[in-house]
Ligand binder design. Structure first.
Ligand SMILES: C[S@@+](CC[C@H](N)C(=O)[O-])C[C@H]1O[C@@H](n2cnc3c(N)ncnc32)[C@H](O)[C@@H]1O
Length: 525
């Protein structure tokens, strides 16, 4: 199967359009290996014919065969214990009070994978309020795109890897340790979670479980491969389903990615949570300056004047202007001195430079507005892109999930600016977004090696260590990030969103650090 063929590329694009998942080159290879078997099973000789059937008459299940191959299902019980702690100490009480016994409080784990997340919610409610309240006053919903993983979630049978967080005695009280070494969740909890298939890229109208509003949504670690455009649409859908004063939880290292203005970002004792709130009844929102990290937003940047882009064309243009002036000298003024060639060249170079800088300014504006294609078009027209231009282009490609193009630009940065840490930072980000953790760590380390004072790779290393449960290493990296930001306020930092201020980043990292320190002390004590 030729992955480069237009038909195969159309197949991948259809998956992205339908499910939001952008297919990396490695995933293309995985899918391509699987296609011939499916084609022969259904009696197709040509891929084009199979694709026509797949896009038309085939059932959803046929697409789902492919989805199962490429989704990341990593999860475990009580992941990010801090989220469960604030539910326990504050939010569940608040939601119960708001429902006032007139309706059930509906908690929804969206992108639930093998079920550890919704079952953690159910165990928490059960341990806090007892069995009757869990049954009569709460409804726990859990959805995923992947039917196979939902099947595994319904069986509620787990291996040791699902129990990475040690707090609570939940293993002893809610699971039976089977002779096979697996752990079976007790029926009383299992029966309280309602699993169903839902693709977040689709409308909710036809989903029976989502006809009523929900009080709280866990949407954690699902959208990492989504484009900015898809993420916005999904956010709109989710927030429309939330009751007023309802909550949206995302993974803490995804907070900035999700801060797109639809819901209020609120700070609950160190954990960031989004809340649907009326302006008259706003919760205390996170305070930060909307200053920019990559050049700031300005009200208006004029388009570059219609000056020819190439040196030769510009030289010709200026000569033409000069010659026309010479041809009509004014009698009152002294004849204009014909400028020396070097003077002309200087004028031309200055004009081109100014024009080129304006292109970068415009591109940054487009980037701030998530207009990634326009950002790229503007910078592609530059004669000699700078390191900053290349990193903006790589970032725009990354935002469009074009990993190969982003990597090509990164290679160019590393070759042209071999002593700059920015190329390796970008490389790390590309690997990180594709879950190639080891390669990402190596690239971030290399970036640090080239500039020991560069905060950004430390931040990303911190998030990787946090995600993989290496808390002391995460603490170390976040502490270093804070120290370095403090030391050098002006450095260029490219985080998930480019238009966030250093103050905001500092605030977020401080909170992340506090959360992890709490988690870690909880674990070792
Ligand atoms: C890494 S797991 C996250 C599990 C859990 N939320 C957690 O944080 O531990 C991501 C899950 O999102 C699901 N997913 C990916 N794209 C989706 C989509 N378009 N609609 C619904 N679920 C999706 C995947 O099938 C996978 O099970």
């Amino acid at each position: 199967m030729q992955t480069a063929s237009p038909a195969f590329q159309k197949f991948c694009q259809t998956i992205t359009d339908r499910y939001g998942i952008v297919i990396t080159r490695d995933q293309q290879d995985i899918l391509a290996r699987y296609v011939p078997g499916r084609m022969s099973y259904f009696g197709y000789q040509y891929f084009e014919d199979y694709l026509t059937w797949l896009s038309g008459k085939a059932s959803e299940t046929e697409w789902e065969q492919y989805i199962s191959l490429i989704t990341n299902n990593e999860t475990y019980f009580f992941r990010e214990p801090n989220h469960f702690r604030i539910l326990d100490t504050q939010i569940l009480d608040e939601l119960l009070k708001q429902a006032n016994g007139k309706r059930k409080v509906r908690l929804w784990s969206c992108g639930c994978s093998s079920g550890e997340e919704p079952y953690s919610l159910a165990m928490l409610v059960r341990d806090k309020y007892g069995e009757a309240v869990l049954r009569d006053q709460f409804e726990i919903l859990a959805s995923d795109l992947d039917q196979k993983i939902l099947q595994s979630a319904r069986s509620a049978l787990y291996g040791r890897n699902s129990f990475r967080v040690k707090e609570h005695n939940y293993i002893l009280s809610h699971f039976e340790n089977l002779p096979t070494g697996k752990y079976q969740l007790e029926e009383k909890i299992k029966s309280q979670v309602r699993f169903f298939r839902y693709n977040v890229c689709e409308d909710m109208d036809k989903i029976p479980e989502l006809q009523e509003p929900v009080d709280l949504v866990f949407f954690r670690n699902v959208s990492i491969y989504f484009t900015a455009e898809t993420l916005k649409k999904v956010h709109t859908r989710i927030q429309s389903k939330l009751v007023m004063n309802g909550y949206l939880f995302v993974a803490s290292c995804e907070t900035m990615l999700h801060d797109i203005g639809l819901l209020k970002l609120t700070d609950h004792h160190g954990a960031f949570v989004f809340k649907k709130a009326l302006s008259s009844n706003q919760p205390e929102t996170v305070k930060y300056q909307p200053a920019s990290v990559i050049p700031p937003k300005t009200d208006r940047v004029e388009s570059p004047a219609a000056v020819p882009q190439s040196y030769e064309a510009l030289l010709k243009h200026i000569r033409g202007v000069m010659d026309r002036r010479q041809a009509t000298p004014s009698v009152q003024t002294a004849p204009t001195r014909k400028p020396a060639e070097s003077e002309l060249a200087e004028t031309v170079t200055a004009a081109i430079r100014q024009n080129q800088e304006q292109l970068t300014d415009l591109a940054v504006l487009r980037l701030h507005e998530d207009l990634f294609e326009e950002t790229l078009a503007l910078l592609r027209s530059k004669k000699d892109p700078t390191l900053n231009d290349l990193s903006i282009m790589a970032y725009a490609n990354l935002s469009l999930s074009r990993f190969d193009e982003a990597m090509e630009l990164t290679d160019r940065m590393k070759k042209q600016y071999e002593f700059s840490p920015v190329g390796y930072l970008m490389e790390g980000l590309i690997h990180k977004l594709q879950s190639k953790t080891d390669l990402a760590i190596a690239a971030f380390r290399r970036s640090i090696y080239l500039d020991l004072n560069f905060a950004t790779p430390h931040f990303h290393l911190g998030t990787i260590y946090q995600q993989t449960g290496k808390l002391p290493m995460a603490i170390n990296e976040f502490e270093l990030t804070l120290r370095l930001i403090d030391k050098n306020k002006k450095q260029l930092v490219i985080f998930n969103k480019p238009d966030v201020s250093l103050d905001y980043i500092q605030y977020v990292v401080q909170r992340l650090l506090k959360t992890i320190q709490q988690d870690y002390s909880g674990r070792v004590s």
